[in-house]
Design a protein around this ligand. Sequence first.
Ligand SMILES: [Fe+2]
Length: 257
Amino acid sequence: MGYIKSALLEETGYVVLDMYGKEIDPKEWLDIEYVDWKSSGDTRFAPLASAKGEIECNGFWNHQPPRTDKDGVWIPSQTEKAPTLTERALEPGSNVGRCRIIELQPNTYADALYNLHQDDNNRLNPDGTGWVVRSFFNLTDDKDSFFVLRDNRTDPNGETRIALPAGAQLVIDTQRLWHAAYHPGDAPRYCLITSWESGPELDAYMEKYNGVNTVESVPLDQETIDAGQAEQERRIAARAAALAARGQREVLAMSEA
Ligand SMILES: [Fe+2]
């Protein structure tokens, strides 16, 4: 039967929507509770919706009974401090799974390349229902930051770099595309990340905000690209060597974050 997927997302795996044009009080992401949660890079997360309405970020499949990343339970102590963000996650009317704010500490382009990963979005997702994708709503005005998207972890050809100013809105099939954020500077980046179920509601939402599935990449000089690529290769090899010394091999698993 197969999953219900979005035709607009199918071509490249990402869709960029119109920028969100209104101001949001930073208290909505600064005054809520964060937990240490290891994603790619140095991160913490503040959940708005979780498996059972607790302030924790574990995959829904790691709870009892195990279930897929849908029907997230809203956490009142968090959502009451972040009403606009909650409203934005609910706006399409798609089923919402995990919904949280990520705090990412500054990093380098090479870090981003090493952090590239795919998300485990559809574990236990029943065949014939909507494929789970993720929305990214950038909160801080990170003018020099960008999202790195690749079809292949180690192949720089066809890399797409999407700018992350405040109000940038992306929908990405993060189980399909390798992704990570490059975030230079000296202050953390905050972004609302929501698991949405594909279907007619999400399609209508992306159309309403003029979603496009091809954008011009943020320019990056060849020297930085080459140096980042070499450093990614070096770190992957170093990790493989460290594992080999313990008689192990790297198993590439999708991120459960
Ligand atoms: Fe991810």
